[in-house]
Design a protein around this ligand. Structure first.
Ligand code: SF4
Length: 365
């Protein structure tokens, strides 16, 4: 067991072979308030990440104060990114969280550079900036203040109700810069949500946070991502979900069907085989050969959800798209609502990766 010998609040600079590769690892910490989670505190060298030019996402820069996410969504698209530290894409992603403890400080330095042009910065593109760790580390207030003072517009996408803590600060910041807030809420079935997103705030709590942000004057988007085939794609579920989203005061909805990239598919298949083995054959038919639901499925989903979005008086930002089709921005905001595909150089490259992995993965379901 890798974490034997980790005393509470212990300092362990050489905890893992992978982590030991990080020259800027300060310490690894466990606390009683976050049972089962280890925080690896690092001193970041920079805060702003440049999105590769020509990519499908509608922004050029991101900030990710955390890597790994205790929200632990089974379908999380970011899971494979944890492997760079020789951590696994399953439990390690949920429980070994990298924390850039100096992120606000280095962000101020980044923003002060003469070359900084004040472009839009997206938060929530890799892992959730308001995951539970934010209650301990309080990194977001410093980030928000730094961006506002540098007149840099930004967006936040989260499942975290901790966003509510920072609403007064965001209201102040919005006097200086354009701020877009989005809440990711994909599942409106409490039993399903508790097993598939075990570390997240409840759907009701997230809707309440949407309402608080709307009351504070923000136009809030809800990302219904991912829509889960045979689990959350029924017309009644979608209709009820959209009614609750509208009632909470959101103005806009973005949706996408489930994607299962290599590294995520294995973890999702484990959940499916545990909780809904009856659906395994149907998922095998949809995802056995790749990461994307077939076009026919997505066309069907669009035919159901688009009229419902309109009927509830909500704007539809972007909808499900077909890989390589040119409607790339929708796919860029992938299956868990985060703009993960910033790290994919192009839609075509992503499709090739999926095809290459398909043969070895087809037996997972
Ligand atoms: S989908 Fe978002 S909230 Fe869920 S584990 Fe991944 S980063 Fe965290």
């Amino acid at each position: 067991m890798r974490w034997e010998g980790q005393a509470l609040e212990a300092t362990e600079p050489d905890t893992l072979p992978g982590l030991a590769k990080i020259s800027n690892l300060i310490r690894s910490v466990q606390t009683p308030e976050f049972a089962g989670v280890t925080f690896h505190e690092v001193a970041a060298k920079s805060a702003l990440n440049k999105v590769p030019a020509g990519g499908p996402v509608p922004f050029g820069w991101t900030i990710n104060p955390y890597r790994g996410c205790s929200h632990a969504c089974v379908y999380c698209f970011a899971r494979p990114s944890h492997r760079y530290l020789e951590l696994d894409a399953g439990t390690d992603f949920d429980t070994q969280v990298i924390v850039k403890v100096n992120v606000a400080e280095v962000l101020r330095r980044d923003l002060a550079r003469p070359s900084w042009a004040g472009e839009h910065v997206a938060l929530g593109t890799n892992t959730d900036p308001y995951q539970r760790a934010e209650g301990r580390y309080r990194l977001m207030p410093g980030i928000i203040s730094a961006l506002a003072e540098a007149r840099t517009p930004f967006s936040i996408l989260t499942k975290g109700t901790l966003l509510r803590r920072d609403l007064p600060l965001l209201v102040d910041a919005a006097r200086s810069v354009d701020i877009q807030l989005a809440m990711s809420i994909a599942i409106f079935d409490d039993d399903l949500q508790s097993t598939m997103e075990p570390g997240t705030p409840t759907t009701a709590a997230r809707l309440s946070t949407v309402a608080a942000a709307a009351d504070a004057g923000f136009r809030v988007s809800v990302f219904m991502m991912p829509i889960l085939p045979f689990l959350t794609d029924g017309e009644a579920h979608l209709d009820a979900a959209l009614a609750r989203i509208k009632a909470a005061g959101a103005t806009q909805v973005t949706y996408s069907s489930l994607h299962l990239r290599p590294g995520v598919k294995e973890w999702f298949a484990r959940w499916l085989n545990t909780y809904r083995p009856d659906l395994t054959p149907r998922y095998r038919r949809l995802y056995g050969d790749g990461a994307y639901a077939p076009k026919d499925y997505r066309r069907h989903l669009a035919s159901v959800i688009r009229p419902l979005i309109a009927a509830h008086g909500l704007a539809q930002a972007e909808a499900d798209a077909v890989p390589g089709s040119g409607t790339a921005r929708a796919e860029a905001r992938d299956g868990n609502g985060e703009w993960r595909r910033a790290r994919v150089a192009s839609q075509a490259q992503a499709a090739m990766q999926v095809q290459a992995a398909a043969a070895s993965e087809s037996a997972l379901f």
